[in-house]
Design a protein around this ligand. Structure first.
Ligand SMILES: [Zn+2]
Length: 289
């Protein structure tokens, strides 16, 4: 099973902590999402493939026509928080308010219930497993926030599974589509999105995907935009991770979608036999909120 997903945000949504006046700042930045969305729509149309779009609520309000187009073309519109804040830095109340605003902003445009979610920067980890209870309260049925490997921010490094599973937490269950990870000499990494996708030559990515029973991908409109401005104040490491090899992403993704069959989360959820997937009980992890 191979799943194609996009996180819909603009080029400046790459920080993990935002200053208080962020709406003023964002409002002054150049908008680059439209051209990049055109590339995504073109790819999906060329290869007749469906994808799930995890949308930031801010984008839904600022550019409702983008979300309407995703929906009108028959693709799944899912939630990716309202203001793209990392979940583990929020209180439970803040997290819930933010996600509710995102869900309402999307539903106002599509008229369709949002049932899938991914946290910004895969920011559900041991410290905030309570987030799953909030997802359930807000009607989310499928989560794709678990990143079972080390990550600069977010990441659930010792998470025991990297294929579809049930997450159990204080009597609640959630159907989970985690990121798919590969390992190299004991180091776990994700090759089907982010920095590694840009870094690796295509033949390595192709080999990894060909050998995997389950592949989850994550891409952003900005991943296909080599000419985007560089955000001020980033560390060298962060610059490398955000901008290195950007021009290769789109051609590589086109090859990948040409070489393998991909589906969206909606379709994948029908193919999984949920009675026979691993169950991971999160109750024993630290829950400090
Ligand atoms: Zn994001």
């Amino acid at each position: 099973m191979r799943i194609l997903t996009f996180d819909i945000e603009d080029w400046f949504h790459i920080l993990h902590k935002y200053p208080d006046n962020i709406l003023d700042k964002w409002g002054n930045y150049e908008v680059r999402i439209h051209n990049n969305m055109d590339k995504i729509f073109q790819l999906l149309s060329d290869f007749d493939v469906k994808a799930t779009f995890f949308v930031v609520g801010y984008i839904a309000r600022k550019h409702p026509e983008v979300i309407k187009r995703i929906h009108d073309l028959g693709y799944e519109v899912a939630a990716h928080s309202d203001m793209h804040k990392v979940a583990y830095l929020e209180s439970r109340v803040e997290f819930k308010q933010d996600l509710l605003k995102c869900i309402n902003s999307i539903q106002d445009i599509t008229g369709k219930k949002v049932i899938s979610y991914r946290a910004p920067a895969f920011s559900i980890k041991k410290e905030n497993t309570w987030a799953f209870e909030v997802l359930k309260e807000l009607g989310i049925e499928y989560d794709a926030s678990i990143f079972p490997a080390q990550r600069e921010n977010g990441g659930f490094n010792d998470f025991p599974e990297c294929s579809p599973l049930i997450v159990k937490h204080k009597g609640m269950i959630m159907k989970e589509f985690p990121m798919s990870v590969d390992s190299f000499f004991g180091n776990k990494f994700v090759a089907t999105g982010g920095g590694y996708f840009r870094f690796f030559p295509y033949w390595i990515i192709k080999k990894i995907v060909a050998n995997a029973d389950y592949t989850m991908t994550y891409f952003h409109p900005r991943d296909f935009d080599p000419n985007q401005p560089m955000l001020d104040g980033l560390s060298l490491k962060r610059k490398f991770k955000s901008y290195y090899n950007l021009s290769t992403t789109y051609p590589k993704l086109r090859k990948l979608v040409n070489d393998f069959d991909f589906i969206d989360i909606r379709e994948a959820s029908k193919l999984v036999d949920w009675n026979n997937v691993p169950i991971v009980d999160l109750s024993h992890y630290l829950d400090n909120k």
